[in-house]
Design a protein around this ligand. Structure first.
Ligand SMILES: [Zn+2]
Length: 99
């Protein structure tokens, strides 16, 4: 297999990237006779929630060099997708013009 080419930022030509996944969740704790949350008795343990609702999520490829964020979806990442697909996302992204 050929050595994969590193991802290249089309703005700054940088090769260092991080995938970022931002998500917002609301956790609910039902109030009962003791600590909030049916699974909590003495104290409120944040991970012992009764329900969790995802409000929002955002995934992007962050260029470490210039700080630009390329929106993408990588939760369905597989070998098929790989770096070529990520490079395509970069190449097709709308970026501020350099004029
Ligand atoms: Zn960059």
């Amino acid at each position: 297999m050929p050595e994969p080419k590193p991802l290249t930022c089309k703005i700054c030509q940088g090769n260092r990237f991080q995938l970022k996944y931002e998500a917002t969740y609301v956790y609910s704790y039902i109030l009962d006779g003791d600590a909030p949350g049916l699974n909590n008795t003495k104290e409120l343990l944040p991970f012992m929630y009764d329900s969790r609702e995802q409000q929002d999520s955002k995934q992007y490829l962050h260029c470490d060099t210039c700080g630009f964020d390329y929106p993408c979806y990588f939760t369905d990442w597989d070998q098929e997708m790989g770096f070529a697909a990520l490079q395509k996302i970069i190449d097709h992204a709308q970026v501020p013009s350099s004029s």
